[in-house]
Design a protein around this ligand. Sequence first.
Ligand code: ZN
Length: 735
Amino acid sequence: MRLSNTLSKKIEELHPLEPGLVRMYSCGPTVYRYAHIGNFRTYLMADWIRRALESQGLQVIHVKNITDVGHMRQEILEQGEDKVIASAIAEGKTPQEISQFYTDAFHRDEAKLGILPATHYPKATDHIQEMIQVTRKLEEQGYAYEVQGNVYFSVSKFPDYGKLSGNIQKELLEGVRAEVDPLKRDPQDFTLWKAAEPGRVLKWPSPWGDGFPGWHIECSAMSTKYLGEQLDIHTGGVDNIFPHHEGELAQSEGAFGKTFVKMWVHGQHLLADGVKMSKSAANDYTLEDLEDKGFDAMAYRYLCLTVQYGSRLNFTFSALRAAQRGLQRLRNRVWGWSLEASPDASGSETEGWRQAFWERVNDDLDMPGALSLTWNMTRSDMPVKSRLGLLLEFDRILSLDLDSTIQQWSVPEHVIETEKRRATLRTQKDYSTADNLRKQLSDEGFILEDAVSGTRVRPKSTLEKRQERWKEFSSSKEISSLLHVPDRLDFSVGIVACNYISDVQRCISSILPLAEKHPLEILVVDNGSTDGTSAWLEDQAAQDHRMRVIHTDHVLGEAAAKNILLKQSLGTYMVLMDTSIEATEDFLTPLAQALSDESVGLAGPWGLRSRDLRHFDEIEEGQVDAIQAYCFAFRRAVLSEVDLMRESFRFYRNLDLEYSFCFLDMGYRIMAIGSLPLQRHEHRVWTSLADEERDNLSQNNFRRFLKRWGHRQELLVEPGGDHDHVEDHHHYTSG
Ligand SMILES: [Zn+2]
């Protein structure tokens, strides 16, 4: 088997140190939170490597550590950065109970994804003695030094430091910038053992006093204990290469004087909707998140099969839905064929397919190639028993658990009887009764599927059931544009709703009475709500034809959600409203009056003005430079000149500045009309975020804004701020 070795930067054939036996180590989870799907992509890579090796007759000892110390730093707990941890601690849970909880969750998720359990799952806290031993060894060999109960690895003593990550100075400096430790002799040195600060719960006695181990040392110590001083394969994500794996390598080779790992294999990043996964972007999905949306865990495994581990995988819900469909179709085949024949892959016609499959797998784990070959095989003209046999054989590597469908898809006798009756009715050309029976089966949760040998009935999948409630979209691209359609009514009031159902209800019910006076529609993007908002909106729309709802299957960025509103609007005037706003009287007439002046592009009650593009002050009347997003109105026709919103604005804040400037850029004036009968309530998205997080998100957007518009002072109503005074944020604080 050939794999990409990060150390040599080449694709190399694996030659185990001991013939027939592969020693493999995978950096495991940090158990003070749920692992996200990006982490699981790396574990899936390791799983496919292991399955491939075992299928080829090799024995694999696989170690995956559980990091229950180190990352679980006191500071993180105290700062409450992780709300789950903070609340668990507040409830009196011990760190051990918390880590056990997340360890159990990790094992459950691995099982759902069909990941083989490792041979050993050593916990860091069970191996403190081993870590102390390796650290002592490093001291003896002159690679480590102690300062006030802290022990550091002296990077300058180990000339090979940097050979794995490429020793890029900039990268090395970035790695150390985060922690400024005056006790280190050299800022590059890293911690092997850290003295416990007063009050620390997780600490152990050591030759250097009470303390706790550094992050990298656990993997050196535990890999040695279970696999010896040399490993065949070490896996991890690319973000582990530096500093973690560079540190491991230096420690193990420094302590034992041998090549630590023959083959370093790293899985590339998983992006979500094109950006890095993070809590603040609300895209750090867990497996449970996917299941809550009706997907099978196995659909995620299938999705990971479609991109080779060395390439980035951009996770989107559209892609996951396609994966779910692919999985479903493979399951249908196994299920359908198993009713016709028993699996038998012994025929000579299977050999060519088998060889081609293994060529793909052994070629740097080309799972996309192996998967597409599997599909071609299922469409080949081999007998059903051979195709079924081979599909199940390949599935021992793909591991999509296809054969479980044979048992799971049992259908009750009365359902089969109903299906037979339906088939008979059809032969008698009584289509309407037959269709009624189909509907009856569907209501009971069964679906009819046409196969070569006739129609069969099977249970609907969770996703199929979910999709029956209402359609869900995964991106603004899936929404067709009605912008070329002539105006159908006076106003489109557009609302993005994401949870906070009472706000959504208050806002919508304050606008609906205005429909007595104006032909209007209320257009709502239900942006991945999970609190019952979706069902409420659906009910309202069913009762009131003036309401239209578009559901998304996850939380889209603010600009993307608003673009859906823009694309779907049909009113002469588009009024974007925030759910924190309540209308007390008719506010639409004055807006329409202001916008009847063709030179005015944009209007709203809360304006902003700036002299230097850095500070913006709230202005309630007259010409302004921007309108705040609470209520933001323009003629729909203007959209043919002013483009849709820039979807890189995922967070809402400052998107209003950005979009206002698109209007200024096209030569339009912007007017604030302060006297509108609108009431502002608590803005819950803003108040629900931690200070630091919302500052970060706001500033990122403000930087985006400045990058595009920062030099366009001439667009301002009153340009001429002093340029010495530059700050990267603006003044209005209302959120
Ligand atoms: Zn590790």
